[in-house]
Write a protein that binds this ligand. Sequence first.
Ligand SMILES: C[S@@+](CC[C@H](N)C(=O)[O-])C[C@H]1O[C@@H](n2cnc3c(N)ncnc32)[C@H](O)[C@@H]1O
Length: 382
Amino acid sequence: MPLLLQATAAFGLEAVVGRELTALGLPPTETEDGRVRFEGEPVDLVRANLWLRAADRVQVVAEEFDCTDFDQFFEVVGAIDWTRWIPYDAAFPITARSVRSALGHVPTLQSMAKKAIAEALCEARGDAPGSPVPEVGPPVPIEVNVRKDHVSLLLDTTGPGLHKRGYRDLSGPAPMKETLAAGIVLLSVWDRERPLLDPCCGTGTLPIEAALIGRNMAPGLQREFVAEGWPLAPPDLWAEQRAAATEAALPPLDSPLQGGDLDRNAVSAARHHAERAGVGDDIHFQQRPIAEAGSKGSHGVLLANPPYGERLGDADTVHQDLAALFNRLEDWSAAVLTPHPAFATMVGRKANRRRKLYNGTLACTLHQYLGPKPPSLTGSPV
Ligand SMILES: C[S@@+](CC[C@H](N)C(=O)[O-])C[C@H]1O[C@@H](n2cnc3c(N)ncnc32)[C@H](O)[C@@H]1O
């Protein structure tokens, strides 16, 4: 029987994750705010962890039921065959969240689930009720998620969030999550044949994620996942899929992408991260202000996450410089993520699409402008 799996994602990125899953041959069966469900075999949870770029984590949906009463919750959780998921000696840390539900007290959800699962594991082993479970083996983290009186018991297969690719070890003024950066690249019209410029790239997240996409490099190749210790997805499955992902990487990009920033430290952090991500030769980073940025390339894509707020300087000037840069790049497309209310007016033309996305907790708009298609896509004159 296939597993029911779900990829969680930041609000606004669900459709991107759905498209990524479809490309992996795992079409979504259900999409809701913050999560996309799909079915698959254990190998598919391995592939989803290694390849999904815009998702936060991959979970197994172990069980689901409607419930409004704690006694009933304890009974149903205790009646589940947990030996299918949790080896007897595994640690099973439990987190819980509850939204608009009668089972609203999160600590009670946690402690009841813990007790019910421990008792079920003991009973399955024939131990006396109330015997302690050792919890010394590789962890199987469990999330009790209650939404509108519907309980989902979720096993986290990822561990630290998927944004932790393994290449970032330096911080910058306001780095963006790798999953959000990848989502923006995937929402844009950029592909590996087109130039790309991020004129305020900070620690390099947008161009690095673009280069990884352009080279078909799996974002999870450099890290480990919590499910690597599980009998459900044994080590040879991970090794096999890692080898396949390494094989799938494309050669370096024909022309390097461009990243720029005013801040010298940010530029050197960006170079350092690109090297660590394995795309050091695919991006040219330069210390320069937006006002001096430009490109000789045509039909490129401008991506930017300009500074906003007092901490990051004079946001108006930066946004004006960015709007002017985009207007200089005549046949380019753009995707700019900002909460600045006047950016659209500064550009002076209507965006083709505006999407609400969150950068951390900051509500932003992704302004998307579509330039003309490159001649290779429209049919070039002979
Ligand atoms: C929100 S941060 C970008 C973060 C980046 N996306 C990352 O993931 O690290 C904005 C960046 O704009 C840079 N910046 C501010 N004013 C600038 C200007 N006039 N020209 C170029 N870069 C500028 C800051 O140094 C900062 O690194």
